[in-house]
Design a protein around this ligand. Structure first.
Ligand SMILES: Nc1ncnc2c1ncn2[C@@H]1O[C@H](COP(=O)(O)OP(=O)(O)O)[C@@H](O)[C@H]1O
Ligand SMILES: [Mg+2]
Length: 631
């Protein structure tokens, strides 16, 4: 559909949703849909909840954040359950400014933007609809019209609590335009829109000397003073500061901790008492979520400053650390590349994964338990099986440090290095080695890396490189076998038949001649040796496998090639050992003969068709693996 058509449809939609009526009509509507009177915090919470929640391994995953923020599930659960949820229930946290604290490029701005865009969309839905006094620049809550002495009666009848006072402007309008009859005052449905300055605001401090508090709380309109006679006439005031405009929704406060104190005090009164001072008027009530973000260093120095003490207790700090899962980091890069100018470049398989391994390693802290290294920790965090460790170990590892993920390499750095690799290489295809090289070169230019850290990171480059070498070898060797899975399965079945006969002290039957034969000790050992099982340990290993098979059978599950990690590894290594020479000779021959050439072409074709390479990256991979095998 063409875009103009879509714009028209959107306008029609909004037209259909419009509602206007008297305050009396609005009260009738409230009987039917009491939720439209909810507070700003409650609306944010319901927006997140309505998008759906899935519980994965005991952690809540919010669909609302799920398609843009990856690997932050635990932090987001904490944010929602410790801030939005209680705030929605009018508990005290609502009265504090929400401060997201995390390392640079860790997704804080993305999160805030999602909340803003989310609220805009939510205000167009039934559950998220918002109503306001018509013509009010602050979209004041119509319920403020109910006089204080009747509010407990109102609560009895409607079950809705009212907070806040009618603003001076609407007080005056009520008298002058409606003759004091609140039931006649007009109410309308509003739609949040940052562009139209409705319900969503952003305050970003400029030079502290020149910045005016008016940006936050509005200002006197001098051109109208003559008309209205006095500065304290609310009609001579422009309620157009960010705090005014964000009423009923949310305001993002950028660089809050860098801001002059006088700005912060306004916020304090707003969050604490639900009102702020503007011009020469009585306090103005407002209901909005205020979100700021900062990094750890800035926050520490803010805390260290005695002058800010009174502010501490009025801010709630929510940590937003970096993602610590390799697979999620890969998704972050994929998303960032998709959104960039280089999205049409071919990125060889495993490239982003290898870069992500490097990045995650820089973010992890050394495990305190002696028997686990950083690479294993990385795998465990990503939900992989690591022999000898279980879920309890993972949660213990996570408890070792409170502040893990607050430092390390940020995703934007990686994306910048990938982009510069692409530009430098001049062919539309990059691989893991290109990226590792570029990450390594970039470390010298990285602004916040000390010499000591640099050495540590260099080491992680080598670790990631080793991981890649294994992946690359596996990939090529698999591509050399016509059907890898098939071969692995045949070899395993053969092994299991022999193991069964061995353990039962039975004989096997030759498939061709039908003759009885002894278990093939040589075959079994050639597989077991691949994973270092000694002659003394072989019996125990074989028996363990049979026990595992019968355990599977009891549960009605099929024991297959993937059911036993070590056996799978052994089979894989055995297959590759048999293949190694072929691969070595074929890939490294400078002048391949006809047969070798055919083999290479087959392998390249398989890499392209089945594994996602293009011809450049497939050939690069073969050359690299050839050189590895010849070392
Ligand atoms: N956990 C994450 N999930 C998805 N994208 C992320 C994540 N962390 C960072 N990003 C991406 O990295 C970039 C920088 O993030 P940004 O939100 O600007 O960070 P911050 O405001 O914390 O400095 C954005 O493109 C963002 O989408
Ligand atoms: Mg930011």
């Amino acid at each position: 559909m063409d875009i103009l058509k879509k714009i028209e449809m959107f306008r029609e939609e909004e037209e259909k949703l419009r509602w206007e009526g008297t305050f009396g009509d609005y009260l009738l509507l409230l009987k039917e849909k009491p939720w439209v009177a909810q507070s700003a915090h409650s609306r944010v919470y319901n927006m997140i909840k309505d998008a759906g929640i899935e519980v994965v391994k005991g952690t809540k995953n919010y669909n609302f954040f799920g398609n843009q923020l990856f690997g932050l599930e635990e932090s987001l659960e904490r944010l929602v359950e410790e801030y939005f949820h209680p705030a929605a229930k009018r508990l005290d946290v609502r009265k504090r400014i929400l401060l997201l604290m995390g390392p640079v490029s860790g997704g804080k701005s993305t999160l805030v933007t999602m909340l803003k865009r989310g609220l805009e969309a939510y205000s167009h839905t039934e559950r998220g609809s918002v109503f306001a006094i018509k013509g009010c620049p602050m979209h004041e809550d119509p319920l403020h019209l109910i006089p204080h002495h009747l509010r407990s009666d109102f609560y009895e009848e409607y079950g809705i609590r009212i907070e806040g006072n009618l603003s001076p402007l609407n007080m005056m309008r009520l008298e002058q335009e409606y003759g004091g009859r609140i039931e006649d005052m007009l109410v309308e449905r509003i739609f949040f829109s940052e562009d139209k300055r409705a319900g969503i605001g952003t305050f970003s401090p400029s030079d502290p000397k020149s910045q005016d508090i008016a940006d936050l709380t509005g200002s006197i309109d001098f051109s109208t003073i003559a008309e209205f006679g006095s500065e304290s006439d609310p009609r001579a005031y422009r309620f157009d500061g960010e705090l005014n405009k964000a009423n009923r929704g949310m305001m993002e406060f950028q660089e809050m901790l860098k801001c002059d104190e006088k700005f912060l005090w306004h916020l304090l009164s707003l969050t604490q008492e639900g009102n702020f001072k503007a011009g020469r008027f009585a306090l103005i009530s407002a209901d909005e979520l205020i979100v700021a973000h900062t990094n750890e260093t800035e926050y520490r120095s803010f805390i260290a400053n005695k002058k800010n003490e009174a502010l501490h207790s009025r801010i709630i700090v929510m940590p937003i650390p970096y993602n610590l899962k390799v697979s999620q980091e890969e998704r972050i890069y994929e998303k960032m590349i998709r959104e960039s100018d280089v999205s049409d470049v071919h990125i060889a398989p495993h490239t982003l994964r290898v870069a992500a391994m490097f990045t995650i390693l820089t973010r992890l802290k050394e495990p305190k338990k002696g028997d686990i290294d950083l690479v294993k920790k990385m795998r465990l965090y990503d939900g992989e099986n690591v022999e000898g460790f279980n879920a309890v170990d993972v949660s213990e590892l996570k408890k070792e440090y409170q502040d893990e993920g607050m430092s390390g390499i940020d995703p934007r750095y990686v994306i910048n290095r990938i982009s510069s690799t692409i530009i430098r290489k001049e062919i539309p295809s990059i691989n893991a080695l290109d990226v590792l090289r570029s990450l390594k070169d970039g470390l010298d230019q990285h602004p916040s890396i000390t010499a000591e850290l640099r050495d540590r990171y260099m080491n992680f480059i080598s670790v990631a490189r080793k991981e890649y070498d294994n992946i690359a070898k596996n990939e090529v060797q698999k591509a050399f076998v016509y059907s890898y899975e098939e071969s692995a399965k045949t070899l395993m079945d053969n092994y299991l038949d022999n193991v069964e006969a061995y353990c039962n002290k039975a004989k096997l039957r030759d498939v061709l001649t039908g003759e009885e034969i002894n278990p093939d000790e040589k075959l079994m050992r050639s597989i077991e040796e691949q994973i270092g099982i000694s002659e003394n340990a072989k019996k125990a290993f074989r028996e363990e496998i049979l026990i595992r098979i019968s355990a599977f059978a009891r549960k009605g599950k099929r024991f297959d090639y993937n059911s036993h990690d070590r056996l799978r590894e052994a089979i894989q290594k055995k297959l590759f050992a048999d293949l190694k020479d072929v691969v070595k000779i074929t890939t490294s021959s400078k002048t391949p003969d006809e047969q070798q050439l055919k083999k290479i072409n087959d392998v390249v074709a398989r890499l392209i068709d089945e594994h996602g390479y293009n011809s450049t990256s497939a050939n690069e991979l073969l050359r690299y693996v050839g050189s590895l095998l010849n070392r």
